[in-house]
Design a protein. Structure first.
Lengths: 178, 228
């Protein structure tokens, strides 16, 4: 019984050419040695798997890049999606700012039923500074009344600065000619 | 190594290694040719020793299969440097994975599977950047009756056309998808049987046959100028 003629007979003969492709002479003499040396050196045979970004057969970033590289349409869609994400984020952020600004009360917030004393009301700070001119400066912290801008707006004369808070007189230095 | 312009090298036959090439040329049906699984005498013993960290035993296993593993990867990539790196990495990975080798298949099939998976992963990442670095043709190509018959009718300048033919053939192979290229490589170039290919590719024999048929059809179209 003769075998059925194969339509690919010529192709198979042509493919036989590939069997004659051989690496350089002596290539396999050192091959196994190189493998053993790499094993002894702690090589895992898959450097990508040692990466923290590794996932499956390759680096996660490399896989994403390869996927986008191979599919330009997908890469374009990814770019549009990222841009859209930023635009939507900016719009949402703007709306949120306006909404918060509209909801802010015009009167200052009251923390309690009565008028609680400010935390700094009872504070009494005394700080002693060594004096250079013999006088001791003992500043006593007092709560400021209205701000100076508020007083101007109300038509009041700005109050003079208290002596305690006044700056010390500048030291005059005179140079005598020799 | 020559980039895309392979030159002929007259290498002594003893330097070609122990590839069962001559045996593969026997008979017309590749599935009946040699590349049948190698004898497993002592193989499991070597595997057991290697699993316990014996590098000499693993060295022996590498020596047994290095040529076939390299050849498979080379025919898939058409690049010597890539094949060298991938073959070494496949053996290293196999060594570290020996503890997971249950012995359900032969060590040969198991290593083949690791090498093939590694190569396919590599090729997926290498897309659009393929560059051929072809191995030289060996001395025996001048005496291959199939090739002589195929070429002598076409041109008297056989050497030039063998090199050109090699380049065209590899270019056509690279146009195939990875599964189709793998089936052609394992069956028509390396001479594995459908059953062995099905085990390596983890699919059924029908899939192997259909992929082989489709791949051959594509190759025939790409190489029509050389097949008249």
């Amino acid at each position: 019984m003769s075998p059925i003629p194969d339509d690919f007979e010529q192709l198979r003969r042509l493919l036989a050419l590939k069997r004659h492709e051989t690496p350089p002479p002596g290539y396999f003499h050192g091959f196994s040695r190189q493998v053993i040396v790499r094993i002894q050196a702690g090589d895992l045979g898959d450097p990508e798997e040692a990466s923290i970004w590794s996932f499956g057969g390759g680096s996660l970033l490399q896989r994403i890049w390869a996927t986008l590289d191979a599919r330009p349409i997908l890469a374009g869609a990814f770019g549009v999606a990222v841009c859209g994400f930023f635009v939507v984020g900016a719009l949402i952020s703007d709306n949120t700012t306006n909404a918060v600004a509209n909801q802010l009360p015009t009167q200052p917030l009251q923390l309690g039923m009565g008028q609680p004393a400010p935390l700094w009301h009872n504070a009494k700070t005394q700080t002693e500074f060594p004096s250079t001119d013999g006088a001791e400066l003992v500043p006593t912290y007092q709560p400021p009344p209205d701000s100076i801008f508020e007083e101007i707006r109300k038509g009041q004369t700005p109050r003079p600065l208290s002596p305690q808070s006044a700056m010390p007189n500048p030291v005059r230095v005179s140079f005598s000619n020799p | 190594m020559i980039m895309t312009e392979p030159a002929r090298r007259k290498a002594p036959e003893e330097e070609q290694g122990s590839t069962p090439r001559a045996a593969r040329r026997e008979g017309d049906n590749p599935s009946q040719k040699t590349a049948a699984a190698p004898p497993q005498i002592d193989e499991m013993e070597f595997v057991r020793k290697a699993r316990n960290g014996n590098l000499e035993a693993y060295d022996e296993l590498v020596k047994r299969y290095q040529e076939r593993i390299y050849a498979t990867i080379y025919h898939m990539t058409s690049n010597h440097e890539d094949a060298n790196d991938l073959a070494q990495e496949a053996f290293i990975k196999a060594f570290h994975a020996l503890k997971s080798f249950k012995g359900g298949s032969s060590f040969y099939t198991w290593v083949y599977r690791i090498a093939v998976n590694k190569t396919i992963n590599f090729l997926k990442q290498r897309k659009n950047k393929a560059q051929m670095s072809l191995d030289d043709l060996d001395f025996n190509v001048e005496h291959d009756p199939d090739l002589v018959a195929l070429i002598s009718d076409k041109t008297p300048r056989r050497e030039v056309n063998l090199a050109e033919l090699q380049e065209k053939l590899n270019g056509a192979m690279q146009k195939l998808s990875e599964p189709h290229r793998l089936v052609v490589t394992l069956h028509d170039v390396q001479g594995l049987s459908h059953e062995e290919i099905a085990k390596i590719m983890d699919c059924n024999i029908g899939t192997v046959r259909s992929r082989l048929f489709y791949a051959r059809q594509q190759l025939q179209a790409y190489l029509s100028d050389y097949l008249k």
